[in-house]
Every structure is written in structure tokens, then in C-alpha cells.
Design a protein around this ligand. Structure first.
Ligand code: ATR
Length: 277
């Protein structure tokens, strides 16, 4: 009989996480022996909570808000990509040791390729709005695909400058722009990505004028509630390809699942609709 694999997602709060739904769908779909649970661990108990998972024989876990940065410091080994992002979203437990990874960049890239399979990032110009953890992961994904230039714009400029400094890239690969100039900066862009919380349910809309954006540019919103944000509707009206954020959430789960269960699962329409319910 094959080994029963225990995995889960740690966060605080954790009740809204879609990860149990995604991983348990795959466990069932592939007929595997295993479980994936939502595990609430408050910030002041992170070390103890992780130790319990090791003691209980977990194979690994995902990490979500607010532990992504602190979990990195608990890892015995951290892959280069997670190091660059300064956050882990996936941990593999091997002989009681923690190996930290970050699969958000993979999730971002594969979500783009789901809609635009032929899109090549090499030498292209991307405009990234926002400078939180998601922006870091996306920048890492873009750089891995040899993007030509990233224009990074955030309301609080210092946070964008900090990403540029901390991620240690050459001065012309990332250019920090001014939030107020976000409309003009779209000129010549091949890709626009919103990583801010603007446009999310209960948040103000993202105010941006598409006048300067080339029609061939892709527009991606990582917000997925609502799925069709005002930004994506405006992009479609402008003639741009609009890419929703839900696929990033599903795709980022695939390499984590592979680490623990040994196979890279597929994203099906059925899974997409379950996640959107
Ligand atoms: P995550 O880690 O999930 O990517 P986060 O750290 O909460 O997200 O960051 C949210 C992003 O939305 C930030 O870039 C934030 O800008 P600031 O760094 O200036 O706070 C951006 N954001 C949130 N509300 C905003 C608003 N009203 N106008 C412009 N940007 C906003």
C-alpha cells in the first residue's frame, strides 16, 4: 500500500483559503492516498506550529498571509527563487528539515500562457503596478523569462525602490516610475500587471487611462474577486487581451503538489469553476 501523505496550508486567518479545495481535488482526481488541510497558526506560534507539523509526519505545507516572510527564516534550505522574493509559499519537509520554495512566479507565468500560449516575455517591456509580495514574485517570474524591462510603479515609491535594491538587479532592468505618471508610462508596454489591491471587492477601482497602451499589450489583473475587474473590462473595451487572476492561484499550487505527491497536476475547467464558486 502506498504511503499516506499529509499536507496543508498554514496562515492566520485561514478559513478563506482556496488551497484545500484545489489540492483535495487533485488528490481525489489522481486517486492518491493523502490529505490537505487548512491549519490556523497565529504569528506568535509559528515556530511551535511548524514543529508540530514535523512531529505529526507532514510531508510539507503551503504558507500564506501573514507567514510567507517569517517562514523563510525557519527553513533549513531555501531555493534561489524564494530567496530573491524574500518569501516562501511552499515548504517540503525532508528528514525533519524544511526546504522552502516559492511557486508564485510559476503561477503567474503559466496563467499568462493559459490565455496567450505563444506569448514570449524575452525582451518585452512590462509595467507592474504595486510593490507587495505578489509584485516581487511576478518580477522574479518575468526576469526568469528574460523580460527586457520592468517599469515598477507603486503609490509608495520607496517600496518599489526597495524591491529594486533588494532583488539586486541591474539598474536598467527595473525602472521605478511615479504613481501619478502611470497613465503615460503605458506607452510602448507589452504587458500591464496589476498587483495592487485596487479593484478587489470592497476596494476602490484602479484609476488608469489606457490611451497610451498599445492594443497588442496583454493586461493581467491578479485580483480575482471579482473575476472581471473594472481594469480587465476596460482592457477589453480598449482591444487588449485581458487575463484574469484566478489561474495564478491554481497554477501556483501545481509545483507544490508535485513536490509532495510526485506528479504535476493539470488545471481542468471543472477545477476552475469549483474555485470560482
Ligand atoms: P501583496 O503582498 O498581497 O502583494 P500588499 O503588500 O498588501 O499586497 O500590497 C498591496 C499593494 O496595493 C501595495 O502596492 C499598495 O500600495 P502601497 O505600497 O502604497 O500601500 C497598493 N495599494 C493599496 N491601496 C492602494 C490605493 N488606494 N492606491 C494605490 N495603491 C494601493
Amino acid at each position: 500500500m502506498s504511503e499516506f501523505i499529509k499536507a496543508g496550508v498554514i496562515g492566520h486567518p485561514i478559513t478563506h483559503s482556496k488551497s484545500p479545495l484545489i489540492h483535495n481535488y487533485w488528490i481525489k482526481a489522481y486517486g492518491l492516498q493523502g490529505s490537505y488541510e487548512a491549519i490556523d497558526i497565529p504569528p506568535d506560534d509559528l515556530e511551535g506550529g511548524v514543529k508540530r507539523l514535523i512531529d505529526e509526519g507532514y510531508t510539507g505545507f503551503n504558507v500564506t498571509v501573514p507567514h510567507k516572510e517569517t517562514a523563510l527564516s525557519l527553513c533549513d534550505k531555501v531555493e534561489h527563487n524564494a530567496q530573491a522574493i524574500s518569501a516562501v509559499n511552499t515548504v517540503v519537509i525532508e528528514d525533519g528539515k524544511l526546504h522552502g520554495l516559492n511557486t508564485d512566479g510559476f503561477g503567474f507565468l503559466n496563467n499568462i500562457w493559459d490565455t496567450a500560449p505563444d506569448f514570449e516575455f524575452e525582451k518585452k517591456r512590462a509595467v507592474v503596478l504595486g510593490a507587495g509580495g505578489a509584485a516581487r514574485a511576478i518580477i522574479s517570474g518575468l526576469i526568469g523569462e528574460e523580460i527586457g524591462q520592468i517599469i515598477l510603479i507603486n503609490r509608495t515609491r520607496e517600496k518599489a525602490e526597495k524591491i529594486k535594491d533588494e532583488m539586486g538587479f541591474s539598474s536598467d532592468l527595473i525602472i521605478v516610475g511615479t504613481w501619478e505618471l502611470r497613465h503615460q508610462i503605458l506607452e510602448g508596454a507589452d504587458l500591464l500587471i496589476n498587483t495592487t489591491s485596487l479593484g478587489m471587492e470592497g476596494q476602490p477601482a484602479l484609476d488608469i487611462d489606457f490611451g497610451a497602451l498599445p492594443k497588442k499589450a496583454l493586461v493581467n489583473d491578479i485580483v480575482y474577486a471579482p473575476l472581471q475587474t473594472d481594469l480587465l473590462k476596460a482592457a477589453q473595451e480598449n482591444g487588449n487581451v485581458a487575463i484574469t487572476g484566478i489561474g495564478m492561484l491554481i497554477h501556483q499550487a501545481r509545483p507544490a503538489f508535485k513536490e509532495w505527491f510526485g506528479l504535476l497536476p493539470d488545471v481542468t475547467d471543472e477545477l476552475r469553476s469549483l474555485v470560482l464558486k
